[in-house]
Ligand binder design. Structure first.
Ligand SMILES: [Zn+2]
Length: 435
């Protein structure tokens, strides 16, 4: 009799434990993740809703969108047993919403018996801004005379806040920089290697990723760049290639190293110039014209199409994207204009090399130096002696390779040495951005 009583007590106790276990097994509400969680959306954005309840599983969900007193139920659903996670797509496209703020409310319940069988309920709400209109671009500057391989400057306004704007030409993008007046200024290149048939376009992208596009009047002078032949001698290869051998251990001969330098290292160095080109001020940090190294002869011009001849064979072809200036060995190198040093180190084909930033993506490059007097971060005055010429990197003899880049893309330096060109095409347009 006593044993039977103990047995019933045991069953009752076990039942209570088991019941309590099931009752308290899942006391946490499902997790809700809405993407995007905030910010701007377009009229055809699809929201993504992720629901998760890994203990008892999801039971149901309801999603409402509220705008200007209107309430739309966009999702109402029961889930089958063992639904631990779901991803729901919520397209906004056909919902007859207006531009402006809207609220998304999500409520979901799990299959727990907690709360006297009601389960755990989670709710969240997010406020999003619907924006269906692309920014409108208004061009303020006129008379855009461009040379292939040269630079241009455009002044414009946009109708709303944008995440980025600037000139797109071919595969190249040149960012515009907002000025204190609110107006934007974009310094851009018509790159030497972009076909004259390409049309530059102004673009502006808002927070909702709507893209506004604008054209502008311009005149392009097409250029035929010079063809040049460079003889590659064994003595040049023997003196210059050992410094690059460690980069290309598989190259068996000096000629193979040379071809690797041209075809692998050169593009890598160009890509580095583009990276450095982002390190710029949002305004020009100079006012006078650009200086040319004095008493030096032009040896190679911008855009020269160089054929490399070795033992009578044309072994490679590259474009020369600066101007070579030669005078005496170890000649003093003046800074072409005021600015900030953004690079002063060894860089592949350029050897010891200094890059000075002049603002709005405009930078000057001084290569093959034997001695550098400045360091990254130094503020430089126009005409200040920054280095001595040399033959470091891929240089056959002592000279200065002088380059001008815009957002890292090389342009013809000759334009920047021409005071009238700078006034007519650059600085006079800048005044429009002050208004
Ligand atoms: Zn050069």
């Amino acid at each position: 009799m006593k044993t039977l009583k103990s047995f019933f007590l045991f069953v009752l106790f076990a039942g209570l434990i088991g019941g309590a276990y099931y009752y308290f097994r899942d006391t946490t509400a499902p997790q809700i993740t809405l993407n995007p969680p905030a910010g701007s959306v377009q009229k055809n954005t699809t929201l993504t809703l992720t629901l998760e309840d890994t203990t008892s599983g999801l039971s149901s969900v309801e999603v409402k969108i509220l705008q200007q007193g209107k309430e739309l139920t966009v999702l109402s659903k029961e889930y089958p047993l063992q639904t631990l996670q779901v991803v729901e797509e919520l397209p906004l496209e056909n919902l007859l919403l207006e531009d402006g703020p809207l609220t998304v409310e999500v409520t979901t319940t799990d299959r727990s018996i907690y709360h006297f069988g009601q389960g755990n309920t989670a709710s969240t709400s997010a406020t999003l801004l619907r924006d269906s209109r692309p920014p409108i671009i208004t061009v303020q500057s006129v008379a855009h005379n461009l040379n292939q391989g040269g630079a241009g400057l455009i002044v414009y306004t946009v109708s709303e806040d944008v995440t980025r704007s600037g000139i797109q030409i071919g595969d190249y993008f040149f960012p515009g920089y907002q000025q204190p007046s609110g107006t934007y200024v974009c310094l851009f290149a018509f790159p030497y290697n972009v076909s004259g048939d390409e049309t530059p376009r102004l673009i502006a992208v808002d927070q909702a990723e709507n893209i506004g596009m604008g054209g502008f009047y311009y005149h392009l002078n097409r250029r035929n760049f010079r063809a040049d032949k460079i003889g590659i001698s064994d003595s040049f290869l023997n003196s210059k290639m050992p410094q690059f051998q460690h980069l290309f251990p598989d190259a068996a001969t000096p000629v193979e190293v040379f071809l690797k330098v041209n075809r692998v290292l050169r593009p890598r160095n160009r890509a580095r110039l583009v990276e450095i080109g982002h390190d710029t001020s949002d305004h020009f940090v100079w006012s006078k014209s650009f200086l040319r190294q004095p008493n030096a002869a032009n040896r190679a011009m911008f855009g020269d199409k160089r054929a490399y001849i070795y033992n009578g064979n044309n072994i490679d072809q590259q474009t020369h994207l600066g101007i070579d200036l030669a005078s005496i060995a170890r000649a003093e190198v003046p800074a072409s204009n005021s600015g900030r040093v953004v690079f002063a180190d060894f860089m592949g084909i350029y050897g010891q090399c200094i890059i000075i930033d002049h603002g709005l993506g405009l930078q000057t490059l001084y290569a093959h130096l034997s001695k550098m007097n400045v360091a990254v971060g130094d503020l430089i005055e126009r005409g200040q002696i920054i280095a001595k010429t040399g033959a470091t990197g891929l240089a056959g003899g002592d000279h200065l390779h002088f380059g001008v880049t815009i957002s890292g893309i090389p342009v013809n330096p000759v334009e920047w040495w021409d005071h009238n060109w700078v006034t007519n095409n650059i600085t006079s347009k800048l005044d429009l951005a002050k208004q």
